[in-house]
Ligand binder design. Structure first.
Ligand SMILES: C[S@@+](CC[C@H](N)C(=O)[O-])C[C@H]1O[C@@H](n2cnc3c(N)ncnc32)[C@H](O)[C@@H]1O
Length: 183
């Protein structure tokens, strides 16, 4: 049983308030319109789904943990859930992709990011919203924030995802970080 299968019952309780600001910034950064299809890879319990559903024509949401996906909201007509990973989603099938709190926790983040690029049509957008260590004067908070983020499911956010994402632009600096790239 993976970590997310274990914490699924309490995930929303902790992660809904903890990442509320990050989620809003991430969905805004997607700049969706009502005719578009958006994919969320690693949708978890679906905390971004209501906002994505409201702002787009179609949402395809995939997650590899059944216990998380089982808790996702089923009340939206334009949302399709898939259990598994992003390889199940067809190429050039979406206008935008959201990777919210997933690259830091997945075993193969380069593969997931490459898959997002494959899925999103030319001219589309990918938004990465995740956690990274604070720098500069705020560095001192890492001693507390890193263990909390790891424990809460943000995973190993010392990974180099921020340095290696080609063409990804910083939109929001800070411990919680949103980046967007054009495909
Ligand atoms: C921290 S949760 C984030 C959930 C959601 N995106 C959110 O904002 O609350 C990470 C989720 O990513 C899923 N996950 C990790 N690696 C994945 C992969 N390669 N493909 C699909 N889902 C993945 C986990 O099962 C877990 O539900």
């Amino acid at each position: 049983m993976n970590w997310y299968a274990r914490i699924a019952p309490v995930y929303d309780l902790i992660c809904r308030p903890l990442y509320a600001k990050l989620r809003t910034a991430a969905v805004d950064a997607l700049q969706l319109n009502a005719n578009e299809c958006v994919v969320e890879i690693g949708c978890g319990t679906g905390l971004n789904i209501a906002a994505l559903s409201k702002k787009s024509r179609q949402v395809i949401a995939v997650d590899c943990t059944a216990e998380m996906l089982d808790r996702a909201p089923q009340c939206f007509d334009n949302v399709e859930y898939l259990l598994g990973d992003s390889r199940a989603i067809a190429s050039d099938s979406a206008d935008a992709a959201l990777l919210c709190l997933v690259l830091n926790v997945t075993d193969d983040w380069r593969g997931v990011l490459a898959d997002a690029k494959r899925i999103v049509k030319t001219g589309g957008r990918i938004v990465i919203a995740d956690v990274r260590p604070a720098s500069g004067r705020l560095k001192f908070i890492n001693w507390l924030a890193i263990p909390i983020a790891d424990w809460s499911g943000a995973g190993n956010h010392r990974r180099d995802i921020w340095e290696e994402c080609d063409g990804v632009t910083v939109l929001d600096r800070g411990f919680f970080c949103v980046r967007r790239c054009e495909v």
